[in-house]
Ligand binder design. Structure first.
Ligand code: GLU
Length: 467
């Protein structure tokens, strides 16, 4: 059997971590089995759906590299088809017009609550017959009254629901628009979805959807309901736990692979392996290994993973992502060292690309001020002389490399009878503005001769102005 999965977000907000994990698991399952992965935008709730959210979802999918084989499909473009199916269900006696008023339904609900019964529609209009256009109506699905529905859930195991627990749900509203459960069923059927992988907040819908599919004579797909993602406080992960939007992770300097790796481990495991290439995820992913219980989102662990990815990924790849962050800081990478060299120099010390970009600005742009502490510690009496001596040597170098500059520093330290730090540290502050940078030879090689000389001159003047 060829496999088809889908990711079916409602465009009512950004692509959040939970949605991204659902998308990833559906994508992995399709990729693992050489199947098809579909993106379907469930935008029938016209009041809550926005184009901005659609864009955010598409942007998130693309940033994560979750490519789809078909779509994006938009449910708002399928209204005719939904109407056709509703008519079919009416014609075959599996749906009916319901004329119960809001007041009536509220009264029913209140009575049921008072009698400690589960609120449900009582089926009053089940045999209402042909449409009476003089009255307002909705259309309900005629759920079977007897028997059970068994969800053979690939994550949670068998879930048995008695039909008498399910009431006749509304499939078309008063204005004729179809409801969520109907549209999902029609599209899953038409798109020949074989595996519905989604959050377990939909588990209550599943037996209803299965009944509609059966009424339509459609093949019922397999289901896999993924457990929730919780914040550290045990509540469902939400905005107040910090970054939950996928694009916010990009903004905060995460690599997409790090986030994917984090998400795949959120509720799934393969032995005790922590780090997976995308190919390994595809190879090892099994729905059987998805946890049954909820998992907790752990920012620290994600940060750790991000650092691993920054340190160990191809520097060309990291540089491509870093370039976006440099742009955010208004930096033109052409004004300084090659970004790949920069990544190699900075990756050990950078847990995020935001950190890497922020601590690399001085390679591209002159800084306005020196770090106070570094000045106090390193721009001490005589440091202007040390810098002047370095300048004298540096200016004569015909082929500027980190090794040559380093040799000059060690030689000067020896001549002056100073330890290396007494020469290298004032130099570092002079060229970087602070006492923190990669090794001095690497720093100088990245900066280049011209910037180095100019900044030494500036620092000498500054130190002299302090006297
Ligand atoms: N549109 C639904 C949501 O965003 C998902 C529907 C489904 O996966 O069946 O929650």
């Amino acid at each position: 059997m060829s496999i088809t999965t889908r990711f079916a977000p409602s465009p009512t907000g950004y692509l959040h971590v939970g949605g991204a994990r659902t998308a990833l698991f559906s994508w992995l399952y399709a990729r693992k089995h050489g199947g098809k992965f579909i993106l379907r935008i469930e935008d029938t709730d016209l009041e809550r759906s926005t184009q901005e959210s659609v864009n955010a979802i598409l942007e998130g999918m693309s940033w994560l590299g979750l490519d789809y084989d078909a779509g994006p499909f938009y449910q708002t473009q399928h209204f005719d088809r939904y109407k056709e199916i509703i008519q079919q269900l009416l014609a075959q006696g599996d749906a009916y017009y319901c004329y119960c008023s809001k007041d009536e339904l509220e009264q029913l609900r209140a009575d049921q609550m008072a009698n400690k019964q589960k609120p449900r529609y009582n089926g009053k209009c089940r045999d209402s017959g042909a449409l009476d256009p003089s009255k307002e109506s909705v259309i309900r699905f005629k759920n079977p009254v007897d028997g059970v529905v068994t969800i053979v859930d690939l994550v949670k195991g068998d879930i048995v629901v008695a039909n008498k627990e399910l009431d006749d749900l509304i499939i078309a509203r008063g204005d004729g628009t179809p409801t969520y459960n109907l549209t999902v069923v029609v599209d899953d059927m038409d798109m020949r979805v074989t595996h519905v992988i989604r959050g377990d907040d939909h588990i209550n819908n599943t037996p209803r959807q299965m009944n509609i599919l059966k009424a339509l004579g459609a093949v019922v797909p397999e289901y896999a309901h993924l457990p929730m993602i919780l914040g550290a406080d045990g509540a469902r992960l939400s905005k107040r736990h910090g970054a939950v939007s996928v694009m916010q992770f990009r903004d905060e300097g995460y690599l997409p692979e790090a986030l994917l790796n984090y998400l795949v481990r959120l509720g799934w495991s393969h032995g005790d392996q922590e780090i997976f290439t995308i190919d390994e995820m595809v190879e090892y992913f099994e729905l059987d290994d998805v946890n049954v219980s909820a998992s907790t989102f752990n920012m620290e662990k994600l940060l750790w993973l991000n650092h691993q990815y920054i340190m160990n990924s191809d520097p060309v790849h990291v540089a491509r992502h870093l370039s976006w962050h440099m742009g955010q800081l208004g930096i033109d990478p052409a004004e300084g060292p090659n970004l790949v060299d920069l990544v190699n120099a900075q990756r050990e010390r950078s847990k995020t690309l935001v950190e890497m970009a922020a601590s690399s600005v001085y390679f591209y742009k002159d800084f306005d001020a020196y770090d106070d502490k570094a000045v106090k510690k390193n721009f001490t009496a005589g440091s202007d002389e040390v810098l002047a001596r370095l300048h004298d040597e540096f200016v004569n170098v015909s082929e500027w490399t980190g090794e040559v500059a380093h040799q000059i520093i060690t030689d000067l330290a020896e001549v002056l009878g100073l330890n290396m730090g007494k020469v290298a540290q004032p130099l570092r502050v002079a060229v970087c503005g602070s006492g923190v940078s990669p090794a001095i030879d690497i720093t100088l090689s990245l900066l280049g001769q011209e910037k180095t000389l100019r900044r030494i001159e500036k620092a000498i003047n500054y130190i002299r102005s302090l006297k």
